[in-house]
Design a protein around this ligand. Structure first.
Ligand SMILES: Cc1cc2nc3c(=O)[nH]c(=O)nc-3n(C[C@H](O)[C@H](O)[C@H](O)COP(=O)(O)O)c2cc1C
Ligand code: SF4
Length: 335
């Protein structure tokens, strides 16, 4: 088994320190909402089986599907009722496998790329203060549930991405982006910092098409001592980038390569990385410290275990619209 032998020497399978924690390897299972979470635990068996099967692979860090801070006017109890059982069960499962459990936190409202999104410039100051405090309360609560880390979802056009993107946040008050101060996010991070202890705080950064904006946001996160930056697409999405040595990668990855050259924070690259060979190439020749795979884990629950004998193994065929978004049991690659 040539490939199995080769894996032992791969950077991908070497340990890495993120914040105060050591991950057994550099593979991240990307956050993906599959089955819906609710307080009745309607999909409990399906969800836990989904994670359990994938945790049988050697994964350094698992980032959970997004869970959501309560909407405006909704009490914090809703958060506890809906998610405590899930976080506890996932955390326990991760611990059994030596995989770090990171919970992704977002706000449940349509993305900039979906119909009916709310322009963040139109929120009142009181509404933003309520949301900011809810983020803080949710993070503090998650920390008491003993997870290994929390990832703030600031990508894919969702609320936090809109708050931190020049294209969408046109506010003139303290929550605007004057002098690129990112006050909303800054105050959240500063408020939870004393409670973090050895837990990781990561940020999923939605890269825009503007390299300078991406570098500034990354440098801000570095100043805020965030433990790692997980790059993906933001507002507007990165467009075609010339980067000859990496021509075969997606533009989001190329923008991640360019942006990460300006910071020292460990970065996670994601989006269409597809195979272990392509991941290893990025780890060896760019500043990526970790590689996240999403749909390969959906198309084959045993993705990494199978890829150990074929480093070019590519289970996902990148359908135009991934079935897991609307009928998770009908992935076209399902055997
Ligand atoms: C069904 C599905 C659900 C997703 N849900 C989330 C999510 O909750 N949070 C997030 O940051 N990204 C989410 N993503 C994006 C993935 O984390 C990942 O960035 C994307 O699939 C690209 O990586 P890949 O080419 O390895 O699949 C989702 C993707 C899919 C296919
Ligand atoms: S439905 Fe298509 S895009 Fe989604 S995981 Fe399956 S093969 Fe990949």
């Amino acid at each position: 088994m040539e490939s199995l032998q080769a894996c032992e020497d791969m950077k991908l399978f070497s340990p890495v320190k993120i914040g105060k924690q050591v991950l057994k390897n550099r593979i991240v299972m990307a956050p993906m909402v599959t089955y819906h979470l609710d307080h009745k635990q309607s999909n409990k068996d399906k969800i836990m089986q989904y994670y359990q099967e994938r945790l049988e692979n050697p994964i350094g860090m698992l980032v959970s599907q997004s869970i959501f801070v309560p909407k405006l006017g909704v009490a914090m109890e809703k958060f506890e009722d809906t998610y405590h059982w899930f976080v506890e069960a996932l955390n326990e499962n991760c611990k059994k496998h030596g995989t770090k459990c990171v919970i992704q936190l977002s706000y449940d409202s349509p993305s900039y790329y979906e119909d009916g999104f709310v322009d963040v410039t139109n929120y009142s100051q009181e509404e933003l203060l309520e949301l900011k405090n809810k983020y803080i309360d949710c993070i503090k609560l998650l920390l008491t549930w003993d997870v290994d880390g929390i990832e703030l979802h600031g990508a894919h056009g969702y609320f936090m991405n809109m708050m931190n993107a020049i294209e969408t946040n046109k506010r003139k008050d303290q929550f605007g982006l004057g002098k690129m101060s990112y006050t909303f996010l800054k105050e959240i991070i500063e408020s939870v910092r004393p409670f973090l202890g050895d837990k990781m705080l990561t940020y999923r950064l939605g890269l825009s098409n503007d390299e300078v904006e991406n570098i500034k946001m990354s440098q801000f996160l570095q100043e805020m001592k965030i433990d790692s930056i997980h790059y993906s697409y933001g507002i507007p999405k990165p467009k075609h980038i010339e980067l000859n040595a990496f021509a075969e990668y997606f533009d989001v990855v190329k923008m991640s390569i360019r942006t990460s050259e300006h910071i020292k924070v460990p970065t996670i690259f994601s989006n269409e990385i597809r195979t272990l060979n392509r991941a290893e190439n990025l780890l060896k020749h760019t500043k990526a410290e970790l590689i996240a795979f999403g749909r390969p884990f959906l198309a084959d629950a045993n993705f990494i275990n199978h890829a150990l004998t074929d480093l070019n193994y590519k289970p996902c065929i990148s359908c135009k619209k991934c079935r897991w978004f609307y009928e998770p049991d009908n992935c076209v690659q399902k055997k």
